[in-house]
Design a protein around this ligand. Structure first.
Ligand code: SF4
Ligand code: SF4
Length: 68
């Protein structure tokens, strides 16, 4: 099982990571950050395999750590 760490203040809510995740781990949050943006979070965290595709896709380096 893998794990990702997301910096919700860096996330701009583009959802590119959601599209690229093969395990449907990531989801848009229902609460917004200090910039008024709804960041992603790992909803289905037990599905994560630590493939790091999300972190590579993120243009803002908001997925700061990937463990596997
Ligand atoms: S590391 Fe892979 S499985 Fe885990 S959230 Fe990112 S894209 Fe999805
Ligand atoms: S790709 Fe990065 S900036 Fe875009 S929603 Fe995902 S974590 Fe946020």
């Amino acid at each position: 099982m893998g794990r990702v760490v997301i910096d919700s203040e860096k996330c701009k809510g583009c959802l590119l990571c959601v599209e690229v995740c093969p395990r449907n781990v990531l989801k848009k949050s229902e609460t917004y950050n200090s910039k008024g943006i709804y960041p992603v979070y790992a909803e289905n965290k037990n599905n994560c395999i630590g493939c790091a595709l999300c972190a590579k896709r993120c243009p803002d380096m908001a997925i700061t750590e990937v463990y596997r």
